[in-house]
Design a protein around this ligand. Structure first.
Ligand SMILES: O=C(O)CCC(=O)C(=O)O
Length: 285
């Protein structure tokens, strides 16, 4: 991993081709089907109850979090709280991802949050952003996410795009420097409020040399919370599901339950809907 660590430090991301085995992918596939059905059912139940999502989640302490599509309130865009909801993922998948991250970073990490983006046909574009600004209500200032694709991610269905070397591209631009365990990393200027809340400003995006990173189901893409990234909308006829498990250094504390407690209590807070193609991004307007 030491070569990989150097690449990770420079680029902010690396790909571990087929980082999960067929058996592990089977576990994820089965879990994702159960969780997706539960998420759909939750949206239907909440709609039938006449409550808003915010009203519903304020009264929940342990429910799966579900966020609908921007143009269809009954369609699941994303669900979260996977580890808290699903023992096979918690026990079989997360420890393996944690191991990859700890080997890469050389220090213990713990789960901070998790989510699955459904990326339905015709939707699901994520504008360029840095994840760190969506997490800054909590103490850790540095995170590493493991992205796993349940379906092959292609140019057509909206794979991830990362910069070739954003640290070089933005070196001369104004930014907010942050001290992290891997050195000083920049927070780039982003839009504040409105439906572009959290998106990196256009003039900066234009300075970055982007590259598309298609991935096969079973590949693991590790990226830190500073590396800018985006994905286009899904122009295919099938969903492109991907799960994202975000970890922070254990020395910064364990925040998983506190994060989801706050998210349920403040469901409409724009800080929880940064650069997302969900109905909630419209609440910023
Ligand atoms: O699912 C995707 O294509 C992008 C996800 C992403 O960037 C995010 O959830 O922050």
């Amino acid at each position: 991993m030491s070569d990989l660590s150097a690449v990770f430090k420079r680029q902010g991301y690396i790909v571990l081709p087929q980082g999960l085995t067929d058996t592990e992918m089977e576990t994820l596939e089965n879990s994702s089907q159960t969780l997706y059905q539960r998420a759909e059912q939750l949206l239907a139940d909440i709609a039938a109850s006449g409550k808003t999502l915010s009203e519903f989640y304020q009264q929940q302490s342990d429910a799966l979090i579900v966020v609908p599509e921007i143009d269809n309130a009954s369609k699941v865009c994303r669900y979260e709280y996977i580890s808290g909801s699903c023992a096979p993922v918690r026990e079989q998948i997360i420890p393996k991802l944690q191991q990859y991250i700890e080997t890469l970073a050389g220090t213990p990490f713990t789960l901070f949050k998790d989510k699955c983006n459904a990326k339905n046909p015709g939707g699901g574009a994520f504008e360029p952003h840095q994840d760190v600004i969506a997490y800054n209500q909590f103490n850790p200032q540095y995170h590493i996410t493991a992205a796993i694709f349940l379906d092959d991610a292609t140019l057509e269905n909206g794979c991830l795009n990362f910069p070739e070397n954003y640290l070089a591209d933005v070196a001369e631009l104004e930014n907010t420097p942050m001290e992290t365990p891997v050195g000083t990393l920049p927070i780039l200027a982003s839009y504040d409020g409105g439906r572009n809340n959290g998106n990196i400003q256009q003039s900066i995006c234009e300075q970055i040399r982007w590259q598309s990173i298609p991935a096969r189901a079973g590949d693991v893409v590790l990226f830190d919370s500073y590396v800018p990234h985006y994905s286009e909308k899904n122009d295919s006829q099938k969903t492109r599901r991907a799960m994202f498990f975000t970890f922070n250094a254990l020395s910064d504390g364990d925040h998983y339950q506190a994060y989801y407690r706050m998210k349920r209590e403040q469901f409409d807070n724009p800080a929880f809907h940064v650069a997302t193609p969900t109905a909630h991004s419209r609440l910023n307007d």
